[in-house]
Design a binder for this molecule. Structure first.
Ligand code: 4AD
Ligand code: MG
Length: 462
């Protein structure tokens, strides 16, 4: 096939040559004896202009070339006389692949609201905005693998179906093949899971971390990159029920190493996007968020503030701000507090460390003060928490005591505890929410618009 993708055609145009392109019609206008068709094939945000001499095309075919129709065009690439493009194709042959019923096609030239486009998520890829977002999403996924591969980390596939609750928050989707109309009950009134597919209670994973740690205890540095699921009923622009997470886990790394990695990693991803997603970022900067590019550059060029939670509370308590949720030591920070620190007080990304142990997960390394743990949350402008991580508790006794204290099911975690009995080492890791990263990279304001098919409470269409 000699078809050339429009991106390649526009980056290195071979003026004077006959080329073939295929794509979807964005617009068509007719002036005197010519029709100008703007064609997009998804390879780039830019369209190629097709010039059709009306004497060379049947009236029927011309009528069917409407917004949304799919066509193939062969013709000579020439320098363009018109404004807005450097080259165009003088069509010698046009074939129609699929008509597009203009009466019912929901994408019209006028701008549509994000809410409307969410309801037609099967078609929204065809808009400039979503084309840009999903090309950037791809570039980020690729850059993440490249970053870790270049640094000797191994990509570890952790299970989607698990029997444990990593974060201990109990916000899990159950996995079962039991007949929900006839659930087998055990002797003491509870459900008899021994009759279920796995012979035990299982759920969709909320995080690959616990299994990731097992890998790191032999492979050294690993990362996971997969879907995770949370059945939390949070209807916010920052939460999804199904989202993707990147979780590096490193043996012999302490919390400072972990923070260095998080900062370097995020800056690398910004540089990668600036270098490789230029046209899409320019478009989003113009149409979606005028401060996008300057914010990306600012975060890339400035070091992140590193601050213990206790000091952050002092700052928040001293501020004149009126909070919706009051702040005091021991309480988890709300989005308003995180954003105050990042956007108003420090005006740059902040890594908060050493949170009270009560508001963090059981596996975090306990500090000598008996009150705090070696946690770290990376807070970003416009986003709030983008990364959550920690140094892990490597002492068997301390970890077992904490599991006991929290009344977590010790018997389900025997394999996790084994790593602390057989050659335990200090180790650390974190989780980056992929969609929160894409929000930051694109300037989009709702997390439902940076994943192709969002799953949120009450919504699982497509
Ligand atoms: O802070 P979280 O819950 O941390 C963990 O799951 C750890 N096991 C990670 C680790 O140390 N390996 O989640 C990590 C990140 C958050 O900072 C956030 O970016 C994202 O995952 N996240 C969500 N993104 C979208 N929708 C949700 N419901 C999310 N919950 C967490
Ligand atoms: Mg967190």
């Amino acid at each position: 096939m000699k078809r050339i993708r429009i991106k390649n055609l526009l980056t290195s145009p071979v003026v004077g040559e006959v080329v073939e392109v295929k794509g979807w019609v964005r617009t068509k206008r007719e002036i005197k004896n010519v029709a100008f068709v703007s064609l997009n094939d998804g390879s780039t945000i830019n369209n190629i202009q097709i010039v059709i001499d009306l004497n060379t095309i049947s009236a029927e075919l011309l009528r069917d070339i409407t917004t949304g129709a799919s066509i193939g065009v062969t013709g000579k690439l020439v320098e363009s006389q018109g404004q807005g493009q450097s080259v165009e194709i003088q069509a010698s042959e046009v074939i129609l692949y699929g008509k597009c019923d203009s009466e019912t096609y929901p994408l019209q030239k006028k701008g549509h609201s994000m809410e409307f486009l969410r309801d037609i998520a099967h078609l929204r890829f065809r808009t400039n905005t979503f084309g840009a977002v999903f090309r950037i999403r791809h570039a980020m996924a690729f850059a993440i693998h490249k970053y870790f591969n270049d640094r000797g980390f191994f990509y570890l596939h952790t299970p989607i179906i698990t029997g444990s609750d990593c974060e201990g928050a109990g916000e899990m989707f159950h996995v079962t093949t039991m007949n929900l109309n006839n659930i087998p009950m055990g002797e003491n009134g509870g459900i008899d899971y021994s009759a279920d597919f796995f012979g035990k209670e299982t759920n969709l994973t909320v995080s690959g971390q616990l299994e990731g740690e097992l890998g790191a205890m032999a492979l050294g540095e690993i990362y996971t990159f997969g879907p995770t699921f949370r059945a939390e009923n949070s209807n916010t622009p920052r939460h999804l029920a199904e989202f993707w997470m990147i979780e590096p886990e490193m043996a012999f790394w302490d919390l400072n190493d972990n923070m260095d990695l998080a900062e370097d990693f995020l800056k690398y991803l910004i540089s990668y996007a600036l270098e490789n997603c230029h046209d899409d970022l320019e478009f989003l900067n113009k149409m979606i968020d005028k401060e996008l590019l300057s914010r990306l550059r600012f975060v890339q060029e400035n070091s992140f503030v590193r601050l213990p939670y206790t000091e952050a509370i002092t700052i928040l308590e001293a501020s004149e701000w009126t909070w919706e949720y009051p702040v005091y030591w021991g309480r988890d920070l709300q989005a308003e507090h995180e954003r105050f620190l990042v956007e108003t007080h420090f005006r740059r990304p902040v890594i908060l460390t050493d949170y009270p142990k009560e508001i963090k997960a059981f596996y975090m390394k306990q500090n000598d003060d008996g009150k705090t743990v070696r946690a770290m949350d990376v807070l970003f402008p416009g986003i709030g928490e983008i990364i959550g991580g920690s140094q892990r508790e490597e002492s068997y006794d301390k970890l077992a005591a904490r599991i006991d204290e929290l009344k977590l099911p010790m018997k389900d975690l025997w394999w996790y505890l084994d790593t602390r009995r057989y050659g335990t080492v200090p180790h650390s890791g974190f989780g980056l929410g992929f969609e929160r990263l894409i929000l930051f990279m694109t300037g989009m304001s709702n997390i439902r618009d940076v994943i192709p098919f969002p799953r949120t409470p009450g919504k699982a269409e497509f």
